[in-house]
Write a new protein. Structure first.
Length: 288
């Protein structure tokens, strides 16, 4: 059976105050979609930050429902920040069946949608089907798969240009006391999944034009992101979101123009901003 998971589709940043988080992300130089409200059973709303092949979203709870009980619990226990990796698939029902044959357990498929205001004043609908990996399959954090039924409603051309020069998701940094073991577990969930040892841990290839998952020990994360408060970046499973940019000097110039503090990495090819300025998870801008 062919493995149906082809890469990282998007990243979810779960936030306490959606509109306040959106203002902070916009100040970093990202173009945000109009605010979208999901189907009533979801009890959530979001803003998306779109690149050519992937994106990340700010997700907030706007009404208590059974479906978002876990999200509310996570916010209460850990505060805001990266909460999930969404994976690329085709048809969600077919993906679930294929994964079952591979011995990988997932949840029932769920359907939902959200309206999207369009530049001409009309309104479109973005529709999705998702199935979630059972928690025992995932070494750290939450992972689900997302079928886009209306891709043109998500990948809008007017949303893909960013003042900070951002081009794509580059990497997801995971805090792990067993980085090699966890990397192998993540790799199993992707068709192209394989691991390699890197300077600070183990990196998982997830697919073509797809972000890597980098598993690092808490000590390695603290050393790499020196200058940041370890307690702020090690609150959850995901420690940092890496964003590829074309020109790191231009990115720095934008951050300086908005009076946003940043720390330069030791290698000189990236800068990172604090979780407080970036949706609860440290964001690292990396020149490609």
């Amino acid at each position: 059976m062919t493995h149906p998971v082809k890469g990282v589709d998007h990243i979810v940043l779960l936030v306490s105050d959606l509109d306040a988080a959106a203002k902070r992300i916009a100040a970093l130089g990202f173009t945000l979609s109009p605010r979208g409200t999901h189907s009533p059973h979801m009890g959530s709303a979001n803003y998306t930050i779109i690149f050519s092949d992937d994106y990340f979203e700010l997700l907030g709870v706007i009404a208590e429902t059974p479906r978002n009980a876990g999200k509310r619990k996570l916010l209460a226990e850990r505060g805001e920040g990266m909460s999930a990796i969404a994976c690329r698939i085709g048809d969600a029902h077919e993906a679930r069946a294929s994964l079952a044959e591979l011995g990988i357990a997932t949840s029932d498929v769920m359907e939902f949608s959200r309206p999207l205001p369009l530049p001409d004043g009309s309104t479109g609908t973005a529709a999705f089907s998702v199935t979630t990996f059972e928690q025992r399959e995932v070494p750290r954090g939450e992972m689900f798969m997302c079928e886009h039924k209306t891709r043109d409603m998500v990948w809008r051309p007017e949303l893909m240009t960013h003042a900070n020069g951002a081009l794509a998701l580059s990497g997801i940094v995971v805090a792990s006391t067993s980085p090699e073991e966890n990397a192998r577990a993540y790799a199993r969930l992707y068709a192209a999944g394989n691991i390699r040892e890197v300077e600070n841990g183990f990196s998982v290839t997830t697919g073509e034009k797809s972000a890597s998952i980098i598993c690092m020990t808490p000590a390695a994360i603290t050393e790499y992101y020196s200058g940041m408060d370890p307690e702020k970046i090690l609150r959850g499973d995901f420690a940092a979101l890496q964003i590829a940019v074309a020109d790191i000097a231009a990115t720095q110039a934008h951050l300086q123009s908005k009076s946003i503090g940043f720390v330069k990495s030791k290698c000189g090819k990236s800068v990172f901003v604090s979780p407080a300025d970036s949706g609860g998870t440290l964001t690292e801008f990396i020149q490609i």
